[in-house]
Design a protein around this ligand. Structure first.
Ligand code: DX5
Ligand code: ZN
Length: 214
């Protein structure tokens, strides 16, 4: 299992320390949650902070844009160190063009789905995607309760990926812990984001390892 700890739950006054903690852990990716206060009812941080994280991160930079009009910032996030760049289905009118632009800038392209958005809407673009991010909470805040319906969405998406013969990864984001990780893996998840579970754990390295070995 790929684990992508979300720095949204890190100590922003000690970001370098927390990124180095992740560098020393078994986590493969580092999840960067960018919020604009328009697409979601919260503001986190943007391009300069993403670049500051990337400067210290030795893990794959997994950037999740919870912003309207992401097309305007694709190049800037590339320059800020993003390797996977994930945009929201609900924020993109011309999603195919957005995905092409992410690829054109040399990044892996992800599309995130809010809890109310069915996986079927991705049918005609799935083969172009490196990653689908299934939101298991409503985006905007860390520490929310996992939505149980997510398992069925993962299974349906996995069936679409297998049927198409695609290499698209399934990532799940929100309310993930070592317990539900087992069921998420069974359902077909390849990567799990964990914010509060990792950073509020008395031993974050252990929390990461528990999810990896789920
Ligand atoms: C929510 C973010 C998540 C969040 C997850 O809007 O996209 O990445 O940090 O946090 P936890 O794991 O605490 O639910
Ligand atoms: Zn996220």
């Amino acid at each position: 299992m790929i684990v992508s700890p979300s720095v949204l739950s890190a100590d922003f006054a000690n970001l370098q320390r927390d990124v180095e903690m992740l560098n020393d852990s078994q986590a493969q990716w580092i999840h960067v949650d960018v919020m604009d206060g328009v697409f979601v009812p919260n503001i986190s941080f943007g391009i300069p902070v993403t670049a500051a994280i990337a400067k210290h991160a030795k893990k794959v930079m997994d950037v999740h844009l919870m912003i309207v009009n992401p097309d305007a910032y694709i190049e800037e996030f590339k320059n800020a160190g993003a390797e996977y760049l994930t945009v929201h289905y609900e924020a993109c009118t011309h999603l195919h063009r957005t995905v092409q632009s992410i690829h054109h800038h040399g990044m892996k392209a992800g599309v995130a789905l809010n809890p109310h958005t069915p996986v079927a809407v991705l049918k005609d673009i799935l083969g172009d995607l490196d990653l689908v991010l299934i939101m298991s909470v409503n985006p905007g805040f860390g520490g929310q309760k996992f939505i149980e319906r997510t398992y069925d969405k993962i299974k349906a998406l996995k069936a679409m990926i297998v049927e198409g013969g695609y290499a698209t990864l399934i990532e799940v984001d929100g309310g993930v812990n070592a317990e539900n990780a087992v069921l998420l893996k069974e359902a077909g998840a390849d990567a799990l984001v964990a914010g509060n579970y990792v950073f509020k754990h008395e031993n974050p390295h252990e929390a990461i390892t528990l999810i990896i070995n789920c």
